[in-house]
Design a protein around this ligand. Structure first.
Ligand SMILES: [Zn+2]
Length: 340
């Protein structure tokens, strides 16, 4: 009996102990959580106050010291488009230029990668003052992207404008050194190679970075030997599907009508224009609006890898860029104002 009573007391005692332990473990946790929540706001405030304090030297040290413990930074957010009704970019395609693929059904019919209503915007012959920056502004206003084929000489005249083209995220290929017709009988293979390579080297010199391995023949004159050479250099050749003939247009309206009419027939395609031309720069704001209204979607073509320019042509160009000088006397010794 005593044993039974003892057992009962023991079990009651055990129950009390269990309850006490439960209470002890459960409630302090709750208190701690509340305390933590209560402390959070002042801690954040303190941090905010600290960051607002004009003591940059100390803060720099603190930030550097704590940064390794922080989780890796999130990828930079996509640049927001300020225009909610912008033409935009519907998709970006990466081009593997191995073997020198050809684009644009006017000359190359193998690679049919655009679906109905898809277009690629391309601009030749820049960079040029006023017109190229105007084209860049129109493209930026519509949050859309294009492929540019600058002339090498023009790139050396206006490198700062070409830098703006690349900085805006457009693809930059090349369009020869001096806009020579590479299909002409007057041009031999060596000269054609020089036109191509010097063009790319000039773009590289202007940008301070390698161009895309994208090339367009002047006047769309595809010399067979030059096409083979570009293939060996793994450079993609761009013809077009819609030729705006903007260089012949008497005004902006004619360019807009020409592009829209041709697109209605082809339904899609690579559009050839010239950022060098004033009327094209003038036509672009309305043309991009018309493209949007017509349900066309811009595809941005990007190269998988940049072009390796040829050192020989880089050097040739660098030498030509420097004026030959026999004298190194300072300007004040050479030029003296005698009357004013
Ligand atoms: Zn051209």
């Amino acid at each position: 009996m005593r044993n039974a009573l003892g057992l009962m007391l023991a079990s009651v005692g055990a129950a009390v102990v269990i309850a006490a332990v439960w209470f002890w473990t459960a409630s302090p946790h709750g208190d701690l959580a509340v305390a933590a929540a209560a402390n959070a706001a002042p801690a954040e405030q303190a941090a905010a106050t600290a960051s607002a304090k004009p003591s940059p030297a100390v803060e720099d040290v603190e930030v550097t010291a704590t940064s390794p413990a922080k989780p890796p930074a999130a990828p930079p957010p996509k640049t927001a488009c300020a225009n909610p009704d912008a033409l935009g970019v519907s998709r970006v395609v990466e081009i593997d230029t191995t073997g020198g693929p050809g684009f644009g059904f006017a000359h190359f019919k193998q690679l049919d990668f655009l679906t109905e209503k898809e277009i690629v915007l391309t601009f030749d012959d820049g960079p040029w003052p006023v017109n190229t920056p105007a084209v860049l502004k129109s493209l930026a206003d519509e949050c859309t992207k294009a492929v540019f084929f600058p002339i090498g000489k023009h790139a050396t005249y206006h490198p700062e404008i070409l830098k703006q083209v690349a900085a805006a995220g457009h693809s930059v290929g090349a369009h020869t050194w001096s806009h020579a017709n590479l299909n002409s009988k007057k041009i031999n293979e060596q000269q054609a190679t020089e036109e191509i390579e010097k063009g790319f080297s000039a773009v590289k010199l202007a940008l301070g970075a390698a161009p895309s391995p994208f090339f367009r023949f002047p006047q769309l004159q595809h010399g067979p030997a030059a096409v083979a050479y570009l293939g060996s250099r793994n450079v993609a050749v761009f013809s077009c599907d819609v030729d705006s003939f903007d260089f012949r247009a008497k005004d902006a309206t004619q360019i807009i009508n020409s592009v829209m009419t041709k697109l209605q027939k082809s339904g899609k395609g690579i559009i050839l224009m010239h950022d060098f031309q004033r009327h094209t720069a003038e036509a672009l704001p309305l043309l991009l609006r018309r493209l949007k209204a017509g349900g066309y979607k811009v595809v941005h073509m990007k190269a998988k890898a940049p072009l390796q320019t040829v050192a020989e042509y880089d050097e040739m160009l660098a030498k030509e860029m420097k004026l030959p000088v026999a004298s190194t006397r300072p300007v004040n010794n050479v030029v003296q104002t005698v009357t004013e």
